[in-house]
Design a protein around this ligand. Structure first.
Ligand SMILES: *[C@@H]1O[C@H](CO)[C@@H](O)[C@H](O)[C@H]1NC(C)=O
Length: 133
């Protein structure tokens, strides 16, 4: 698992903004997306077709992708790993997109003591699916 992750990180290319771009071959198993290093309220993803989906970690729609119309999307291919990782059991073309999250606790910069700076650790992951050659 770790070896796979390192291999993936070697393929990293920053495509835009703060998104971390990773390219993973189609059909790859147990693809870990380390979206957040802190506790997460919800994950979000924007698919290639522009559709936005939300994965809540609490409430009635806990543990499933829900589209912008409130419709549940089959999500058994995904496993949540605390605090902020999603694992794709087997990568399909439909999983390509930009993955992001909403933090559980929002740190207010202005409440920090003077001189203390918090790095923005929010980082989107842009997942590309590489077709078989
Ligand atoms: C996620 O949960 C929040 C409240 O915790 C709720 O307002 C929101 O509608 C939920 N989103 C989905 C897609 O279920």
């Amino acid at each position: 698992m770790m070896k796979t992750l390192l291999l993936l990180l070697a393929l990293v290319s920053v495509s835009y903004g703060f998104a971390l771009g990773i390219g993973v071959p189609l059909g790859e198993k147990d693809v870990a997306l380390p979206i957040s290093s802190e506790e997460v309220k919800a994950f979000t993803r924007t698919l290639k077709n522009g559709q936005k989906q939300v994965w809540n970690l609490s409430g009635p729609n806990k543990g499933t992708w829900v589209d912008s119309k409130g419709k549940k999307v089959p999500s058994t291919n995904f496993v949540f790993k605390a605090p902020g990782t999603l694992i794709i059991k087997k990568l399909s073309n439909d999983d390509a997109g930009v993955y992001d999250y909403e933090p559980l606790k929002v740190i207010k910069e202005e409440k920090l003591p003077p001189g203390v700076h918090v790095d923005p650790h929010q980082q989107r992951i842009e997942l590309s699916v590489i077709g078989k050659l």
